[in-house]
Ligand binder design. Structure first.
Ligand code: GLA
Length: 756
């Protein structure tokens, strides 16, 4: 032990000396000193511009949070900086340098010393002219432009002027983080460190990760040392620390194998490479750990215990049952107009007359039998529990197509998600004809046309329904969707009719370009487009859930129900970072009293699994503990649970996170209460949700950066009496309830309990 520790110190010390000697100047920050002008003028790209009226701005956060809330259109950023000659001498690989402009919401055009450099992360050759349109949905993308050291646009040893024109068609805008800097291309840039995209696999008692270090250069070897350091997050225990030499020939790769015993905590894994050319690279991640016990082979009826539908409309509900197949699923007490397929558990028919129908579901397989009551409530309200499903946006963005949607639907069935209540398969933006295309957007009767990625919507609807899944779609009340595709403006009834014909069960209706139609931002104008669509949907022979997407404007939670919505987004878009997820999740306070069956606050979709908002996906950047927090919090909040990941790449950890029926039952509780924030104590928050059985779900969250012991005073959060307490993730009863409960919580992690 002592010896190992000593060798680690020596290796690290060597690496540090190397870094200090060989790293005089590889990188210069350009993240301070920016000026901003909220107007648009092509001459702002020039070297000499009168900056008298330009104001300092931070490029760390969007312009909305710096006095320019709601700025839609174009604006400019400018920065003057000196490019030291010494940086040029550091180009040992003769690969040039990166100009990192960071993240831009939504589109950017970059000019250096009056010359166009590139847009939306794509570098153009010197002398190129900027294309006319550079709007994009790629607000997640880090803008990195690559320039040769002798690029004529650079001025070595003197002042350079960098100008960035930003386009923002909707939502928040501007440059917002990503660590703007200039750096020489070094060994770290020719080494493809593939750890991030390699999943951890659970093999018996081992957690294993295999990946390659790939040298992408055809000319240079990559040499240095790799240190891997693994520490348990809760226990603080050092698990691995080893350093090895790397020497990878051009075009070759070196396999790396990280092997840990299965742990009941996440481990922090740091990979640090000190390259021979003085460059360095660091990647940190946390290993997954599974809390939920495996799904039993016995039949178990899961998911919602109530389902709402409108009388006389086509009916479909799939009873979610886990357990070994074959299974027989029967339903006694079904009204005459409904029938169950006993092999699949899919109930179809016509919704009976107004009333509550109590059905007894029975599931039988070779291992045993389970029964449970299901209430079918024929009335006006839909989505009596928060919708659970998948939506294409957080994964595929505008690159979604029919096959991707069908692949997701199949996975719902094959990986058993359907058996735990996951039922909607929703296409987001990108199925319509692009607004800027010369092609017709509608037929001569005004019916919307689809693009060639979705050749036959009716066929798609049928394929989803055959699997016992529901079909969701997306549109905007404006002329264009957020992604620039055709919206429903002035064709609302045509579109509602098309949806009904295709078998659509759910519509996400996204404000976006309606901002140009609305007369003002009065409540009446905010409500209008949703009332129009509610009425159009009311005229078709189908139950279609209406999801309002307008980012919380005008406190939508106060009136979303009255304009026919079953759910409404409460914030701008989520992304897969702790900052985004936790800021959104923990701010759902004021809207809590408005959640009830058929009326849900929507803090946006889940960012679990492989996400990407476009063709290139990556595993969520949330750590395993942050993912437990995300699921726990969304369940406590009675939030719609819409997965936004490539389901075909679901790893065992994510699947486990999504199939804990006790956690899901908190979300699907038929009383429909939203959790409220009971305690804020330093970095600890306690949220409590009341359940229909008289129980309470309690989330104790650690928003801080260190593992923390916390004692919740249960009486002070309204829990008293002789009750039992259960760890919901582990599905394990804890000792008899005391007046205080002590728990140890990982950084950004959660303890989720139920008392009854
Ligand atoms: C908006 C919405 C997203 C998504 C995109 C589609 O940004 O908030 O959820 O629907 O539009 O363009």
């Amino acid at each position: 032990m002592g010896l190992k520790y000593l060798s680690t110190v020596v290796v690290l010390a060597t690496a540090l000396t190397l870094t200090a000697q060989n790293l005089p100047l590889r990188q210069i920050p350009i993240d301070q000193g920016w000026l901003f002008n909220p107007t648009d003028d092509p001459s702002f790209s020039g070297i000499r511009v009168d900056e008298k009226n330009w104001k300092p701005i931070s490029v760390e956060k969007d312009w909305d949070s710096q006095g320019h809330k709601g700025l839609i259109g174009f604006a400019w950023y400018r920065l003057k900086f000196v490019l030291p000659k010494a940086l040029r001498n550091e180009d040992k690989l003769k690969e040039g340098m990166f100009l990192v402009v960071g993240k831009v919401d939504d589109g950017d055009q970059v000019f250096l010393n009056g010359e166009f450099v590139g847009q939306n992360g794509k570098t153009f050759n010197p002398g190129s002219k900027p294309p006319a349109d550079f709007r994009t949905g790629q607000w997640q993308l880090e803008r990195i432009y690559k320039l040769a050291m002798n690029d004529p646009r650079l001025k070595w040893g003197s002042e350079n002027v960098l100008a960035v024109r930003v386009a923002n068609p909707s939502g928040p805008g501007g440059m917002y983080g990503g660590g703007q800097h200039i750096r020489v291309v070094g060994m770290s840039n020719i080494l493809d460190f593939q750890a991030q995209s390699a999943p951890f696999t659970f093999y018996g008692s081992e957690l294993v990760k295999k990946f390659d270090l790939l040298n992408t250069s055809s000319k240079f070897s990559v040499q240095g040392t790799l240190n891997i350091d693994v520490v348990g997050i809760m226990s603080g225990k050092k698990i691995i620390n080893n350093t090895r030499t790397i020497d990878i020939a051009p075009g070759e790769k070196m396999p790396i194998n990280v092997q840990l015993g299965i742990k009941d905590e996440a481990c922090k894994i740091s990979y640090h490479i000190a390259f021979k050319d003085g460059d360095s690279y660091e990647f940190k991640e946390e290993s997954p750990y599974i809390l939920t016990p495996p799904v039993s082979n016995m039949p178990k009826i899961n998911g919602a215990t109530t389902f709402g539908a409108r009388p006389g409309k086509p009916f479909m509900f799939t009873v979610p049952v886990s357990g070994e197949r074959p299974m027989t699923i029967t339903a006694s007490g079904l009204p005459k107009s409904l029938a169950i397929n006993s092999q699949t558990g899919i109930i179809t028919g016509i919704t009976p007359a107004l009333g509550t129908y109590k059905i007894l579901i029975k599931a039988t397989n070779a291992r045993g039998e389970a029964t449970r009551e299901l209430e079918i409530i024929s009335g006006d309200r839909l989505a009596l529990t928060p919708p659970m499903g998948w939506n294409s946006w957080n994964c595929w963005g505008l690159s979604v197509d029919e096959e991707k949607v069908v692949a997701s639907a199949r996975t719902f069935v094959e990986k058993g998600l359907r058996d735990h209540g996951w039922s909607y398969i929703n296409i987001d933006d990108g199925w319509e004809i692009v607004g800027s295309s010369p092609d017709p957007k509608r037929d001569s009767d005004g019916n919307i046309l689809v693009n060639n990625k979705f050749p036959n919507m009716k066929r798609l609807g049928d394929r989803l329904h055959d699997l016992g899944l529901k079909f969701g779609i997306y549109s905007s009340p404006g002329p264009l969707t957020c992604g620039g595709y055709t919206g429903s403006y002035e064709y609302e009834q045509n579109d509602a009719n098309s949806y009904a014909e295709w078998g659509v069960d759910y519509l996400k209706y996204d404000w976006c370009s309606y901002g140009r139609v609305a007369k003002d931002s009065s409540l009446a104008e905010l409500k209008k487009p949703y009332e129009v669509m509610r009425d159009a949907l009311g005229k078709v022979n189908r139950d279609i859930v209406l999801s309002l997407c307008q980012y919380g404007m005008g406190k939508v939670w106060e009136w979303g129900d009255s304009v026919g919505g079953q759910l409404w987004r409460t914030t701008y878009d989520i992304t897969d970072t702790w900052n985004s997820m936790s800021t959104i999740g923990f701010s759902q306070v004021e809207n809590a009293p408005f959640a009830k069956p058929g009326a849900w606050n929507d803090p946006d979709m889940l960012v679990l699994g492989w996400v990407g908002w476009g063709p290139n996906l990556h595993p969520t950047r949330l750590t395993p503990d942050e993912q437990y927090t995300h699921m726990s919090l969304w369940c406590l909040l009675s939030a719609p649970l819409l997965l936004g990941c490539d389901l075909t790449r679901l790893d065992p950890f994510t699947l486990n996170l999504l199939t804990n029926d006790e956690v899901l039952a908190i979300n699907q509780d038929k009383m429909g209460r939203q959790a409220t924030q009971k305690v804020i104590d330093g970095s600890i928050q306690v949220w409590v949700k009341e359940l229909h059985d008289g129980g309470k779900a309690i989330g104790i969250f650690n928003l801080g950066e260190t593992t923390t012991e916390y004692e919740v005073n249960l009486e002070s959060i309204g829990i008293a009496g002789n009750k039992t307490i259960r760890d919901i993730w582990r599905q394990r009863d804890l000792s008899q309830l005391q007046s205080k409960h002590r728990t140890r919580i990982a950084p950004h992690g959660v303890t989720l309990l139920k008392v009854i």
